[in-house]
Write a protein of this length. Structure first.
Length: 441
């Protein structure tokens, strides 16, 4: 930056108040400032001066504002640049992403599950499995990484098939000189010491397991006996160290509503009692939300956006007190979820190929299929330029004037459909969130 360069305030500056203090945040750099009344006056006056004159007499202050992203060159079209970065990310074929549901069947009956009414599907047929491997082999041309997310239903019901498919993916990746790793979302009930010990071989680098609170709460919400719930909790706590070591990242997702707002505390205390404190465990609350969600209604008294954000803020503070790392600091994102990415595909047990992970197993977002005897056709159909969500552009959406766009990217692309409405999970409680991560980030 030289004195001759005309400047302007960034379009992605956010100003907030929190407990009598002033906060300023820039969404591109993802940096926040906390200021007193007097400091905020200096900060705001400087930004006003820059807006009016393109510069600021206090050069040292101007340099700081520039370095922190609060001011940018006047001829810099931030929106266009961010938009171009997002379009390039969407079009990139560097990483091939598959979300595979080897079955839609499940061994639990969670009272809130959006997949409750799915007809349990048989195991994925061997020819569909072979078709997926061949699809991967052809799609991997020119790629650097294959990422598989195992999903369901309950994926561990088909553990042996996961092992067999992983071996096949790993062979194909070795042939092509491509990296391979996997993630899994599982209810965890079928985890055994043997399966945990095998996770490194399966290249599973992240696992997410939902827990809903103490043993009684879990039993009630998951539709199992108290004894079974107790046995499962015991196994999980006893094997958490091994699970963390095997994968490197364990997310414990605690789905909360008005019936179990304190569930997060019970779950964390349970692990703490056993001395299980590891920065690789990510305890996070899950928002059960029936408004514009995947299903019209779930039989739960859901929290409002504001209530959830307050509950989450309290929970974050508790995690710090208990010595756990708190994930989820707002930062620049490359994509809101994988749906708009060109090289991302969901595959259900019947071989239907779609884009949106939570609706896997339904017709929604399906645009092709694994044709075991005609993978060339699968390749043609999945190479079209107008796949579902391919035209998603948060910078041209209802969010286009939002200062938080680079860190939110419009939240859920599905919620931008005319029949839905966009929920702003990040906006709720943003001041509290930023103040928290200033201290604990
Ligand atoms: C559908 S499950 C499939 C994988 C596996 N059976 C499991 O429970 O993790 C994937 C995730 O969706 C979450 N989920 C299910 N129903 C939900 C709902 N109505 N709202 C929000 N999340 C939900 C579950 O908590 C779980 O973390
Ligand atoms: S374990 Fe997963 S798939 Fe099964 S009912 Fe619960 S949330 Fe749904
Ligand atoms: S969803 Fe809300 S917070 Fe996110 S970019 Fe859109 S308007 Fe902003």
């Amino acid at each position: 930056m030289t004195a001759a360069v005309r400047l302007k305030p960034s379009a992605f500056n956010v100003k907030l108040r929190h407990e009598g203090r002033h906060l300023a945040f820039n969404s591109i750099i993802a940096y926040s400032l906390e200021m007193s009344e007097a400091q905020a006056r200096v900060f705001n006056d400087a930004l006003d001066e820059v807006a009016q004159s393109g510069s600021c007499k206090d050069e040292a202050l101007l340099r700081c504002l520039y370095a922190l992203g609060f001011v940018v060159p006047a001829d810099h079209d931030e929106l266009a640049v961010q938009r171009a970065v997002f379009q390039a990310t969407k079009a990139s074929t560097e990483t091939l992403r598959f979300t595979i549901a080897p079955t839609m069947a499940c061994n639990l009956h969670c009272s809130y599950c959006f997949q409750q009414d799915f007809a349990p599907c048989k195991t994925m047929r061997p020819d569909i499995e072979r078709g997926i491997i061949e699809f991967a082999r052809r799609k991997l041309e020119g790629c650097k990484t294959l990422v598989v997310q195992w999903f369901g239903g309950e994926p561990l019901l088909r553990y042996k098939r996961i092992v067999a498919m992983t071996e096949a993916f790993q062979r194909v990746c070795a042939e092509r000189g491509v990296n391979y790793y996997a993630e899994i979302l599982t209810n965890g009930v079928l985890l055994t010491p043997e399966i945990i010990a095998n996770l490194p071989k399966l290249a599973v680098k992240a696992i997410q397991i939902p827990l809903d609170g103490d043993v009684d709460t879990y039993a009630r919400r998951k539709g199992v006996s108290r004894e079974r719930a107790q046995a499962y909790h015991d196994v999980l706590v006893d094997h958490m160290h091994a699970l963390v070591d095997a994968t490197g990242s364990v997310t414990i997702r605690i789905n909360v509503d008005r019936e179990n707002p304190a569930a997060g505390y019970d779950v964390v205390r349970m692990f703490k009692r056993k001395g299980c404190v590891d920065p690789r465990i990510d305890f996070r609350l899950g928002f059960l939300n029936n408004r514009d969600g995947i299903v019209d209604c779930i039989p739960h008294d859901c929290l409002s956006d504001v209530e959830f954000s307050d509950t989450e803020a309290e929970f974050r503070r508790f995690l710090v007190e208990q010595g756990y790392r708190v994930y989820g600091e707002p930062g620049p994102r490359k994509f809101p979820c994988s749906a708009p990415l060109r090289n991302n595909f969901t595959i259900d047990p019947t071989g239907r190929i779609g884009k949106c992970v939570p609706v896997i197993g339904t017709d929604e977002s399906v645009f092709s299929c694994i044709y075991p005897d005609d993978i060339a056709r699968t390749m043609r159909e999945t190479s079209i330029s107008n796949a579902p969500y391919s035209d998603f552009d948060p910078y041209g959406s209802v969010c286009r004037n939002c200062e938080l766009l680079p860190v939110c990217l419009g939240s859920c692309p599905r919620s931008h459909a005319p029949e839905h409405s966009v929920i702003c999970p990040l906006k709720q409680g943003l001041a509290k969130t930023l103040a928290f991560y200033r201290l604990h980030g």
